[in-house]
Design a protein around this ligand. Structure first.
Ligand code: SF4
Length: 697
């Protein structure tokens, strides 16, 4: 970018990557963003990680889509066969009129045959319009997004047991805690700015208990590091709770006043003495007892968790255990206490709040409620269907079954993000009609009939909600390239062509409509967000910046009580055997974001991590006869990839860690699509795998 110090103007917005929601200042010269700095947002106080500071240049990448594209009549059969820099043999350019007409023609009037995948990269207003389009336009609830692949099980457990799917306290509250558990999360890589607060907490003497099957950088700051066996979460957490109950360390007063079903939980926990579970968890009983006493003895304690908890067929049970652990010690609703699932995408909280999920309308209003549906009948002119819609993976199954024949996909990349990619890609190829709206010709767009060029975060206005429930204003710094348009306008054009009478003139209009059905936005106005940049929900008055901690006086459940839901041990869906003897787990790296469509087009980030890689313990590499940096072949029951192997002492000798950002060695060709029965989340964190020495692919 040349001299990045020289710029004409600055625009304050929000980082487009993770759920921390750091506020940034975009420095603009002409039509180009040349530099990003952190500003004093409520979540980051000026801090940024490497993605936020250096990962913005993808917005000017030559692969950006600048005109609508339509699949050529003589295009080859649908497949992963399009060069994103030269698509001319497969697609042709079209005018917006032709592309929108073609896109709408393939959707209009098809009712239950249509499904929609939105994106947690959408703004709140875009997410609201997307779910409204599917529900109002096609009369059903088959709309979902990548929350299904990250924290759906956490949300299911939270709604069930505390009555709300959002965090009970901001991560910044850790400064008021004296004990914190971080489990199934690697914040130094995945929520780096949040991790700086965790490190500060440890430095001032807070006890940091890290639990994870992988070792990690946060270990250096931990008072306790429990590297437990993968899949043993319920056994581990129940054994900790067993000790707390058995030694009488529970908060009896809190349990009596604020909860229900404690007797059932207490009875259930009797069977989980840590001495009998050492073989399963890999953690000795003395350590479990020490952790239990440390947590139970805390004045204020918080629990943070990530995908390592949620992405299992027992992900909802894992979260139930964490909720029970906090409740039995009275650690919700006070300063320095609380439950905090670290949300992944920048707007996965907001997209879920806005109703882009198949079982809930905005603000988690259940589609099965007649009163809720009447509210929408009054607002939209027609009543939503009472039947829950299909989730992400169920929708692709329904495509294979021939029940869903057309899809509208906005900013989501299921050809990389779904488990069992061969199955997902075959489903996309099978559709009669696929409309993809995105900023790049993604792997999913390879299968499109119509591609609609959209806008990146720095090119549009809209609000986003971070992991802390902080609603923040995103502002445009540059115009979209070429003929690309703001996403909400594209969805509106499609909706009109599908017979809907929409006439929004600005995202502000959409936000105003959202406020009519979302009590969470009470006292939060567009004007406030423009002026203040961020307001936390719930906000109790027009000048309340919002509540960092909720549920001090009761829970949004019957009689205001939270619930204990006992959880039993369920083994992983696919246990290692002679043919597939190791455990595959997947996740992110610091430098790359999800399916790589943005960060692999960022010069700095791609230079730091240019090659697909996996991590293996040195002893495993020695056994295979593979040097560090050599190549290995990973094979599961679903597929094979070959890639470079790194030496990593933090990995157990019988495990392999595989980042999922690399299309040339796509992790999800291997992963198991078995679902958690409540959250419908796939078991990305545990597949049986065979690892062999290989030549470079
Ligand atoms: Fe962006 Fe997350 Fe990094 Fe903050 S921590 S700069 S939100 S990627």
């Amino acid at each position: 970018e040349g001299d990045s110090a020289a710029f004409d103007r600055e625009v304050q917005s929000v980082c487009p990557f993770c759920g921390v929601g750091c506020q940034i200042s975009l420095k603009v010269r002409g039509d180009r963003v040349v530099k990003v700095d952190g500003v004093n947002g409520p979540a980051n106080e000026g801090r940024l990680c490497v993605k936020g500071r250096f990962g913005f240049d993808y917005i000017h990448h030559p692969h950006r889509l600048t005109r609508p594209l339509i699949r050529r009549d003589d295009a080859p059969a649908k497949g992963l066969n399009v060069d994103p820099g030269d698509w001319s043999g497969v697609f042709r350019e079209a005018t917006w009129e032709e592309a929108l007409d073609r896109a709408a023609d393939g959707l209009r009037g098809r009712g239950q045959q249509v499904a929609g995948f939105g994106s947690a990269k959408c703004s709140n207003e875009e997410a609201y319009l997307f779910q409204k389009f599917i529900r109002q336009g096609f009369g059903h609830n088959n709309v979902d997004h990548c929350t299904r692949l990250c924290h759906a099980s956490s949300v299911a457990a939270l709604i069930e047991n505390v009555g709300s799917g959002a965090v009970t306290a901001t991560f910044n509250e850790i400064e008021n805690a004296d004990v914190a558990i971080v489990i199934g999360a690697n914040p130094v890589e995945n929520h780096p700015v949040a991790a700086t607060y965790f490190k500060q907490f440890a430095k001032r003497g807070g006890k940091l208990i890290v639990m994870d099957p992988r070792g990690q950088a946060l270990k250096r700051h931990a008072s306790h590091m429990l590297q437990f066996r993968p899949g043993a979460d319920v056994a581990l957490l129940n054994s900790i709770m067993h000790v707390i109950a058995d030694e009488g360390l529970v908060d009896r007063q809190y349990i009596a006043a604020m909860t229900e079903n404690w007797e059932a939980e207490r009875e259930h926990l009797k069977g989980f003495a840590p001495e009998g579970l050492e073989g399963l968890t890999g953690i000795d009983a003395d350590t479990i007892r020490d952790v239990a006493r440390t947590f139970a003895g805390a004045r204020s304690a918080m629990i943070f968790w990530g995908m390592g908890v949620s992405q299992h067929i027992h992900g909802t049970d894992n979260s139930r255990c964490l909720i029970s652990l906090a409740l039995m010690c009275g650690q919700v609703g006070r300063p320095g206490s609380g439950l905090h699932p670290l949300r992944g995408q920048n707007n996965v909280q907001g997209a879920s709040d806005a109703g882009m999920i198949p079982m809930f309308l905005p603000d988690y209003a259940p589609v099965g409620s007649a009163e809720v549906r009447q509210r929408y009948a009054d607002l939209w002119g027609e009543e939503p269907l009472a039947e829950k819609g299909l989730t992400v993976t169920e929708i692709l199954d329904a495509v294979h079954a021939g029940d869903i024949r057309a899809m509208y996909i906005l900013g989501e990349n299921p050809a990389m993000s779904d488990p069992n990619l061969d199955h997902a890609r075959a489903a996309l190829a099978k559709l009669d009609h696929l409309v993809v709206q995105d900023i790049f010709l993604t792997e999913t767009a390879n299968y499109a009939d119509v591609i609609l060029p959209a806008s990146a975060f720095a090119e549009k206005t809209g609000t986003v909600t971070n992991t802390n429930r902080q609603v923040q204003m995103g502002r445009p710094a540059t115009p979209p390239p070429g003929e690309a348009r703001e996403d909400w306008t594209i969805t509106q054009e499609l909706a009109r062509r599908c017979g809907l009478d929409w006439a929004y003139t600005h995202p502000r209009d959409v936000f105003a409509e959202m406020k009519r059905v979302m009590p969470s936005l009470d006292n939060i106005t567009w004007d406030r967000l423009e002026a203040e940049g961020a307001v936390t929900y719930p906000s109790l008055s027009p000048d309340d910046p919002g509540q960092a901690i909720v549920f001090a006086d009761g829970f949004p459940r019957p009689e205001g009580r939270a619930r204990f839901t006992p959880a039993s041990i369920i083994p992983p869906d696919e246990v290692p055997d002679a043919e597939y003897p190791m455990v595959l787990t997947t996740g992110r790296q610091l430098e790359h974001w999800h399916t790589g469509s943005m960060t692999r087009r960022s010069k700095v980030l791609d230079a730091m991590e240019p090659e697909a890689n996996c991590s293996l313990h040195p002893s495993t590499l020695r056994r295979l006869g593979v040097p560090a940096g050599g190549h290995v072949r990973l094979t599961t029951r679903r597929g094979t990839v070959t890639l470079m192997a790194r030496e990593d002492r933090a990995i157990a000798p019988d495990m392999v860690f595989l980042p999922f950002a690399y299309v040339e060695a796509a992790a999800n060709l291997l992963t198991n699509p078995a679902l958690d029965p409540y959250g419908k989340i796939p078991e990305f964190k545990f597949s049986a795998v065979r690892v062999e020495a290989a030549e470079a692919a």
